[in-house]
Design a protein around this ligand. Structure first.
Ligand code: MCN
Ligand code: CUN
Length: 796
């Protein structure tokens, strides 16, 4: 592993005591994870617990004619069988999606995608539940499916959502950003316009742990405890209360260790609701854990964007404008998770890292007979698609102008003095020094030398490619006045208590799925209070124990919850000053803070440490007016803006001219996420995301045949990368703090997944360009690359 050395701690400057940024603090959660002692939903076993299994539709589009459950119910191990009709009786057959649509919990009228939930069996054990599915007799009247999103708006297309009143087509929404007329004018005046269709196929986050729930409804006190795989426990609780009519104080959502989320666990799936209904109906706890195929076929997909891109420039390479028209395949129900105002997520950051004169994008969402979901898989709310589009277009322009793609980017970057930078589609970028980051990545790569090597290899008939991607993300939603999910404003709470012996507990509203929050949030408190990270317990994932907040996705934990944690620690520090003043019999304004203690200005030997103050707070000294004793505080943080992390990625590939096999030989990733809390965790996040990028660029796709059969329903068909397919990552970093974040940190959790695919695809096109290839769509499988090499159109 090549690691560009982190800042070496400088003991003389007291660096080794600085919990943020310096050194490589090991993760607190690792001892349990590496020993297999994590505690996941499937590890939960409750007394008398039953097991649920879902009967799923074998076809993509069909009318439900009849469903007969008698045989299944006759099985002595089966306790209950629940159908759509039963749910209708409870008013629970349909549930609201996160995008103000509705989704069938169980089919009542029509099957709308293969794998859709048709019935739920509750049995004494998992095997019995599964076996009983085969005893349910369902008659379907098969309907013609709509598979190709490009045909969704044809007048003769089958109408999928005839459940919606007055619905006569498959149109969901049209959404636009930027100024169309201004952009047209800029395009009309440009020397060069390059157009290209860029497709981001349907992929799946495929976390190691699939989705599941254990529902435990107590019929005596009416309390529902729901253990579930959730990235957003509080939002789930509130939505559950609204939908199921259970009073919110009687719902406790517990998200224990989560074996990867990657966006898969943002939504509320029918299975969670079915487990709950199963528990209410049987009076016993019910566990439902989906298997791999169920996960791949029915839970949140990602992308599925067909993008027509156009870029306009002067002949010497000044980019003037960007325009795109997108067809978005949302599947059978519009269940994407994103802030309400933005049906295409944050796609409108598609102007990327460049200073343009005008931009315009239009996105049209359509229904098809495919699984719902969308906005998942480290997408930063569709910044993945945006970055992929702009970085492909910039490369296409470089080829047209016969310019070096690095030089073209350097020429068009937003300059440091332009920040805060208002872009043409409504964002205000907080901070950046793009050229510095780009040049560092070129230096690590040895860019000029790579280009020389490429020339030599080309002369020998070898296919070597160098691809660049420079991305800017927008992560950390809120502010709440602009951003909500189902009306819940996107802010996060934090509560901090310093116990009498000086040890602390911080309670947060976000939910780790492997990102290491138990470590990094302790580091933030430590930085602010001087209590060592190991003395700070981070509590999350239990709505009975943590303050309300919107959860973890869109890399918002550090930008939002991290801000909350820094501020709550500062509030405690301020309170500590008053207590210290009382203890020292002096005035608070005469005290000065240094890491871990308040001391008397001008007399550093007289002071009180946090531990002394914590004990003092619960002791017998007389406290000043308005100070109530315990050393604790709470805040809700509503961020003033999102944060805009960025990075420069360079990929080197070799393509086998005989087979079309692509080998990623080198990958250089220089990221800037502002203040770096834990360099080791950041590096892990980047390594994971880069691996995602290799997967998506080379092998991952959820495809469907013309009957709507899902062709990616297992890991035999849906390939994900292993250590064999990835190179030794070469990472570097720059630090440009966010000016508005309490500690200057920006998100990093999705950066590499967002930024890496275009670098790899650009490298592949660069490798194949001597053969006249100008475009190729992901995944660049050997077959697809080989077809491109033969000058044939890439298959859809
Ligand atoms: N961090 C840091 N310094 C920064 C920024 C972040 O040390 N300047 C640390 C954070 O403190 C946190 C981690 O890096 O421990 C990721 O932080 P952040 O960027 O705030 O992202 P989130 O914690 O909100 O995580 C969400 C993000 C998303 S949306 C997806 S998708 C994804 C990702 O995280 N899913 C993951 N990374 C994942 N990593 C794992 N192991 N598993 C997943 O499911
Ligand atoms: Cu889009 S996947 Mo992450 O935001 O949970």
């Amino acid at each position: 592993m090549t690691i560009v050395e982190e800042h070496t701690p400088n003991p003389a400057a007291g660096d080794e005591h600085r919990p943020i940024g310096y050194g490589r603090l090991q993760r607190k959660e690792d001892p349990r994870f590496v020993r297999g002692k994590g505690h996941y939903v499937d590890d939960i076993v409750l007394p008398g617990m039953l097991h649920g299994a879902i009967l799923r539709a074998p076809v993509a589009h069909a009318r439900l004619v009849s469903i007969d459950t008698t045989q299944a119910l006759a099985n002595p191990k089966v306790v209950a069988v629940i159908t759509g009709k039963d749910l209708e009786g409870l008013g629970l057959a349909w549930a609201p999606t996160l995008s103000y649509d509705v989704q069938a919990v169980l089919v009542t009228d029509k099957v709308r995608f293969q794998g859709q939930e048709v019935a739920f069996v509750v049995a004494e054990d998992r095997y019995a539940a599964r076996d009983a599915l085969e005893l349910i007799d369902v008659e379907y009247e098969v309907l013609p499916p709509l598979v190709d999103a490009r045909k969704a708006l044809d007048p003769d297309a089958p109408v999928i959502r005839d459940d919606l009143e007055g619905r006569t087509d498959n149109h969901i929404f049209d959404w636009e950003a930027g100024d169309a007329a201004e952009t047209d004018a800029v395009f009309a005046s440009a020397d060069v316009v390059v157009s290209q269709e860029v497709v981001y196929p349907r992929v799946h986050p495929a976390p190691m742990e699939t989705c599941g729930a254990v529902a435990d409804f107590d019929p005596i006190d009416g309390k529902l405890t729901l253990y579930e795989t959730s990235q957003a426990p509080h939002a789930h609780r509130t939505i559950f209360a609204m939908v199921a009519g259970i009073p919110e104080q009687k719902i406790r959502i517990v998200s224990p260790d989560i074996g990867g989320g990657f966006g898969n666990k943002v939504g509320i799936y029918p299975g969670y609701i079915l487990a709950t209904v199963g528990s209410i109906v049987t009076g016993r706890p019910v566990k439902w854990m989906e298997d791999r195929s169920e996960n791949l076929m029915s839970t949140s997909f990602a992308r599925d964007y067909i993008m027509q891109g156009e870029i306009a420039a002067t002949k010497d390479g000044k980019i003037l404008g960007l325009r795109t028209n997108v067809l978005a395949d949302h599947g059978a129900f519009n269940a994407t998770a994103q802030p309400t105002k933005y049906p295409a997520g944050f796609f409108h950051i598609f102007t990327g890292s460049y200073d343009l004169q005008a931009a315009y994008c239009k996105v049209t969402g359509v229904y098809t007979n495919k699984a719902p979901g969308g906005v998942a898989y480290a997408c930063s709310f569709r910044v993945t698609e945006a970055v992929y589009l702009v970085e492909r277009m910039v490369d296409a322009l470089a080829r047209r102008l016969d310019m070096d793609p690095a030089e073209l980017r350097l020429k068009n970057f937003i300059r440091p003095e332009q920040f805060p930078y208002p872009n043409k589609t409504g964002w205000e970028y907080d901070s950046g020094d793009y050229e510095k980051t780009m040049r560092l990545s070129m230096e690590i790569a040895g860019y000029d030398e790579l280009r020389r090597e490429q020339e030599e290899r080309r002369a020998r008939g070898e296919l070597m490619g160098i691809g660049i991607s420079f991305f800017t993300e927008t992560v950390g939603a809120g502010p709440r006045k602009h951003m909500d999910i189902l009306g819940l404003g996107m802010a996060d709470g934090a509560e901090l208590r310093v116990h009498p012996t000086g040890k602390a507990v911080v309670r947060i509203s976000v939910q780790s799925q492997g990102q290491g929050h138990e470590t990094t949030f302790a580091q933030i408190v430590s930085e602010e209070l001087g209590i060592p990270p190991e003395d700070i317990q981070v509590v999350h994932g239990d709505t009975d124990q943590t303050p309300f907040g919107l959860g973890t996705y869109g890399s918002r934990s550090t930008p939002v919850s991290g801000g909350a944690v820094a501020l709550v620690a500062r509030k405690v520090r301020e309170k500590a000053k008053f207590i210290a003043a009382a203890m020292l019999e002096t005035r608070p304004e005469d005290l000065e803070w240094e890491k871990g203690r308040w001391f008397v200005k001008g007399d550093p030997s007289v002071g009180k440490t946090m531990a002394e103050i914590a004990l003092g707070a619960v002791g017998t000294i007389e406290l000043p007016e308005g100070i109530d004793g315990n050393l604790d505080a709470e805040v809700t943080y509503d961020p003033p803006n999102l944060t805009f992390p960025y990075g420069a990625y360079i990929c080197v590939v070799d393509v086998d001219p005989g087979t079309g096999v692509v080998k990623v030989r080198r990958f250089i990733a220089v990221d800037d996420c502002g203040t770096r809390i834990n360099p080791m965790i950041i590096e892990g996040q980047v390594h994971g995301g880069l691996t995602d990028g290799v997967g998506m660029a080379l092998m991952e796709i959820i495809e469907f045949d013309e009957d709507g059969n899902n062709l990616g329903g297992s890991f035999m068909d849906y390939l994900i990368p292993t250590a064999m397919e990835v190179p030794n990552w070469e990472t570097g970093y720059t630090v440009t703090p966010s000016p508005h974040h309490p500690i200057g940190a920006k998100g990093i959790g999705e950066s590499a997944t967002v930024g890496s695919p275009p670098a790899i695809v650009n490298a592949i096109i660069d490798a194949l360009s001597p053969l006249g290839v100008t475009t190729i769509d992901m995944p660049c499988t050997p077959a697809r690359v080989w077809e491109a090499m033969q000058g044939r159109a890439t298959p859809p």
